[in-house]
Design a protein around this ligand. Structure first.
Ligand code: EPU
Length: 298
């Protein structure tokens, strides 16, 4: 099966079987992918999608794995990672930033700073890729991704590429529904000219806020979406759940909405701990916490 797929792709594309995925997530848990592909071009990505479609092989796209909980049994089918140079480029012209879906948000923020563009500083602390941030409409420090998007380029599951202006795209808190069944290829982001001092000051302030309120240990960021009535972290903190442990999965002391991997946590530990939190929150406050991290695999 692998050989057949390989024969359709250019020699630069990466293709491997039984690829361990824990190291590709920030939480560092989860099993292996049956097939792992890093397509070198849009054409190769299109071939992979068509191949999967024709054979009913499931696939998922992996970004930096920073908002992801992969179950211990791993992922059947194909895991696609847009890590090759074609997808990870960042180019700036005037106030526009052209970035591939595989580009790291930190790099986008740094490149914008180098060109004295403001508005993108909040991206610096999000440990994800542009594609993941678009799909999740990731946010921090009072901004979310689509605040700075001018247009996006994406592919449908038949391998056809499309482009769309941001104002035509429906987005929600932590979700871009269009990208739930399409793959982000890249985006044009926009910044505003500013002095270097202004950009540096904003970035430093965001950075400090993050370091004082969020853990440095391996995690998947915030585990639950914020309910409309109270931030999930505050709620979990108020219920005295910080430090609660299942195996090596622990509710962070720094921020109640983070679960950290304190060594050798498994996905099962993390899922059990999430269930403990959800039950306490439901029993004591009547609130149904909604998961923010994406949970995939067997
Ligand atoms: N709080 C507590 N105890 C805690 C955590 C927070 O009392 O353990 C209080 C804080 O003092 C503050 C309020 O809760 O008054 C909100 O906390 P914070 O400013 O940390 O923001 P958040 O709503 O918990 C959101 C995003 C984060 C993002 C931060 C900073 C969600 C689910 N989370 O957290 O995003 O980094 O704002 O802008 O929307 C992520 O999505 O993975 C993520 C980390």
């Amino acid at each position: 099966m692998l050989a057949e797929l390989k024969s359709k792709l250019s020699s630069v594309s990466v293709l491997r079987a039984d690829e361990p995925l824990a190291k590709r997530t920030t939480l560092r848990v989860g099993g292996s992918a049956d097939i792992y592909v890093e397509p070198a071009s849009e054409a190769d990505l299109g071939f992979v999608l068509q191949w999967c479609g024709q054979r009913s092989v499931p696939f998922v796209v992996l970004g930096r794995g920073s908002n992801l909980l992969i179950r211990d049994g791993g992922i059947r089918g194909v895991v696609i990672c847009l890590a090759q140079p074609h997808f990870s480029r960042v180019e700036i012209s005037s106030y526009r930033i052209y970035c591939g879906a595989g580009a790291k948000l930190k790099q986008v923020a740094m490149d914008a700073k180098r060109e004295n563009l403001t508005g993108l500083e909040f991206l610096e602390g999000i440990p994800g890729t542009v594609g993941g941030a678009l799909r999740m409409n990731a946010g921090a420090m009072g901004s979310w991704t689509f605040d700075v998007v001018e247009s996006i380029r994406y592919m449908d599951y038949a391998g056809q590429a499309h482009e769309q202006e941001a104002q035509e795209i429906k987005v929600e808190y932590r979700c871009c529904p269009l990208l739930k069944d399409h793959i982000a290829l890249g985006a044009v982001l926009k910044g505003h000219p500013a002095s270097r001092e202004v950009v540096e000051k904003r970035m430093k302030a965001f950075n400090e806020k993050r370091w004082e309120s969020q853990p440095a240990a391996p995690s998947a960021g915030c585990i639950f979406k914020n309910p409309t009535t109270i931030p999930a972290g505050k709620l979990i903190d108020e219920l005295g759940l910080k430090g609660t442990r299942v195996g090596d999965a622990v509710v962070s002391q720094e921020h109640g909405n983070f679960i950290i991997n304190d060594g050798k946590a498994t996905a099962r530990d993390v899922l059990e701990l999430m269930a403990v939190i959800r039950k306490r929150v439901k029993d004591e406050r009547g609130i149904e916490l909604e998961t923010e991290v994406e949970i995939i695999g067997e």
